[in-house]
Each structure stands twice: as structure tokens, then as C-alpha cells.
Write a protein that binds this ligand. Sequence first.
Ligand SMILES: Nc1ncnc2c1ncn2[C@@H]1O[C@H](COP(=O)(O)OP(=O)(O)OP(=O)(O)O)[C@@H](O)[C@H]1O
Ligand SMILES: [Mg+2]
Length: 496
Amino acid sequence: MFGRRTAPVEAPAAPKSSAVAKKPAPAAAKKPAPKPAQKPARSEAKSSQPPAPPRVATPSAKKPEAVEIGGRSDEYFQTKTTIFNALIDTIDLSQLAQLDTEAAAEEIRDIVNEIISIKNVQMSIAEQESLLQDICNDVLGYGPLEPLLARDDIADIMVNGSSRVFIEVGGKIQLTNVRFRDNSQLMNICQRIVSQVGRRVDEASPICDARLPDGSRVNVIAPPLSIDGAALTIRKFKKDKLRIQDLVNFGSITPEGAKVLEIVGHCRINTLISGGTGSGKTTLLNCLTGFIEHDERVVTCEDAAELQLQQPHVVRLETRPPNLEGQGEVTMRDLVKNCLRMRPERIIVGEVRGPEAFDLLQAMNTGHDGSMGTLHANSPREALQRIESMITMGGYNLPSKTIKEMIVGSIDVIVQAARLRDGSRRITHITEVLGTEGDTIITQDLFIYDMDGEDADGKIVGKHKSTGIARPAFWDRARYYGKEAELAAALDAASE
Ligand SMILES: Nc1ncnc2c1ncn2[C@@H]1O[C@H](COP(=O)(O)OP(=O)(O)OP(=O)(O)O)[C@@H](O)[C@H]1O
Ligand SMILES: [Mg+2]
């Protein structure tokens, strides 16, 4: 079968080798090129630095200006579409799929060069090279997403249908000039991504989580659920994970606050990391795991493995969604329960969002000290409420007072992360859970971030403050690990 341009054109390349049969001659494809979206007005803020803010557009304002990626012009997109269509009319995609990626890329290059010369397209060597690269990406890779995936400064890629691609750089969300030919190209690329992990996304099963080979976390929600074409969200996997020192350098926390976190991580204090979406919870959890001793046996449970523990004795577990027949699901709760039979010293749960909260708390107060997890909440107090409601909704028929006592007996410290409106991430609270008084859980803040306002550039101004607590409740524990002098020094320095 020869792929026609009206049909889905991309075929994933599979390893094997044979030559690609060509049609007799590259047919000049004459269909009108899909109308390219409007040209982005100017290139700006390419660097990873938070851009000097184009002040946030009001809803009534015009379209936000798109950040140019790769500096492609409208003419370029038109030429590419013409050549791409001619290529698709020329090659046998099923045979191309037999080749390994390199051989397939070589084959595509040969044919594209031939088409360029037959059609007498005028381009510079550099343009020709980037065209070849783009076409190879379309046929073999992730198409227009490739240049975004290649950039390490991008935290998230958000595709809202074929012509709106947003990125998050330096905490700020920006529209780009990247676009897909049409919604079917976007769907093909989504399909290609999820099929690599043995999943499928289509009208019948329109929601899918997957992972790119580099570890990036992917979510796809396809039409008809997503109305304007597939919505694809990618949390880019950072090769160089941020370390606690990076967080200090960014001003997310003070050196004293970082020291307290180090002690919390080291002294096996049960910790919850709370925060909103993209506030840096997983990053913070990863930093905290850096303080775990190398001789401890750690089991991690995640929906998509993001943590990168440096210790030698780590077992990494990942949940599994149900297959197409709705079977074979392994939930977070299954994993956490199983963990307990694996003789872990610490259990780390990537994200607590359901009934596994109960099992994690049980683990925390049955000798797995130093267990940790993250959850979505906007304040330490809300985090406690969420844990309680997760347990209640998990069907445990326990009185509220018992659940609260269980929470208090398990969780020692809550670290709150936040993404502020200027895009910066801050650790806003280090809070201890002390006990219950009647029906209320008593907490005590050790560190807080106090916001003063905004400077002329729209940057949030504020400072981290110690609340003056000289002896936190985990003092004895710090002493047990020989860290009380360091803890006292950090708290002293912070309260000055
Ligand atoms: N303190 C920080 N300063 C700057 N960037 C940060 C900071 N913490 C995290 N980031 C970046 O923010 C992005 C999101 O971080 P992370 O994955 O840790 O968030 P999250 O809260 O776990 O998100 P989600 O709710 O989607 O799981 C990542 O690209 C990460 O590198
Ligand atoms: Mg996370």
C-alpha cells in the first residue's frame, strides 16, 4: 500500500532492513497546501530566563504573540507541505517501516533531495538541511514537537489541537509558532507516542497516559472528549534534576531552610510534600531523597517513574492502567500494599491521590520511618484535610477522630511548594504536625515565605522567615542522628 496524503501518513519505523520501493517518479503533488496559521509576530524570549514580561494579555486583548521556534517562515511551511506530500506519494511507507531509523532517514533524504531538484525548489543549503530534518521528524519521529523536546529549558509542552502549542519556560507559559499540519497529524503523533508503551488512543479509548523513551510524562486526551483536536501534555524529563543547592540559588528556599530539609530527609522524618500542579513537588521529593543513607532499602511507587534516586538499594515500582479489555490494572494502592511485603526501610510514593493514603500512613507508623509522598493541596492545613478525605473516600469506615489520630501519628512534617504568579517556585512552608486538640490537628510552622508584593517588573518580592521555633518536635530525632547542633544552628541563623 502506498500512503496517500489524505490517509494518515506516518508509520512508525520498526527495526529490520530492506530497500524502500519507490514509485516510478516523484509525482508532483498538487493539492492545495493546508493554510498555514498566522505568522508569529516576532521572536522573543528564546532564552531560558523568565522573559521580561509582555504584560499578561487581558481576555479581550488580541492573540498573545507566539515565540518563534526554529525561525520558520510561512513560505517555508508551504514548501515543506508540498515536498512532504510529494514524498508521501512517492515512497512505500510499509517498506519504509521495515528499515531501521537511520536507513529510513537516509532513504527519505535521497528522495527529498530528488524532489527538490525535480521541482526546482530554490533554497539555501541550510534551509534544505532543516527541511530534511523536519521531514524526517514528521515521518519517523515526533514531528513538530522534536525541536521542543530537544530543549532542556522547557518544563512543559502543551498542545491544544493542531495549531496551538504552548511551552513553559522559566515558570512562564508562552505560545509558540509550532504547529501541526492538521489534527490528523497531531493524532498520528499522539498515537506513535502511546504505542511505544503498548497503549492506544482513539475515539474508543480517548484518554491515555504514556511516557517518552527519555522518561518525559505524557497525557493525551483525544476527540471527541477534547473538542478542538487532541490535547497533548508533556512534562519534560529533566536530565539534570534540580538539586537542593539549585533551589537555594533560585531563591526557592534559604540555605537555612535547605539545611532543615536536609535534616528532615536524613533523620527519617515522615514527610508529605504538598503543592499545586507544577509547583515543584516531585523535584522537591527528589531533592529530599538525596539525603537518604546509602545503606537504606527504599521502594518507590509512582504512576510514571520520575524520581531519580542515587542510592544503590532502590526498587522502583510503577502503576499500570487497565488494558483495552479493562483488565490488568495495578493501582497505586496495590503497589503500596505490596511494598510492605518487600522489607522496605522507606517507602516513597510519587503522588498520593486515593485510598493508598491509608496504606502509606500505616507504613509510616509501622516502622517505615522516613517515608515520603507528595499530594496536591494549597496549604499544609489543606493537605491534612485532603489526606483525611482520601481515607474517608477510600471506603474505610473510621470515625474522623481516629483518622486524625492516625494522621498525627504518621506524618511529622509537611513541606509546601508553590508556583507564584510570576512563574517562580517557592517553598512556602515547612510545617510540623504536632498532635490533636479535640477534633483539630495542631500544626506548627518552622519556616514560612512571607510575600511583600510585586516589584516594577512584576516579580514577587518577599522573604523566607523562621517563625522563631528553637526546638521543633523532631528535635529528639535529630539528636538521635547526631544532627541537633546543625539543626540548632540552622534555626538560629534563620531567626536572626
Ligand atoms: N524551585 C524551582 N525553581 C525552578 N524550577 C523548578 C523548581 N522546582 C521545580 N522546577 C521545575 O518545574 C517543573 C515542574 O516541577 P515538578 O515536576 O517537580 O512539579 P510537580 O509539582 O511535581 O508537578 P505535577 O503536579 O505535574 O506532578 C520542572 O520542570 C522542574 O524542573
Ligand atoms: Mg509531580
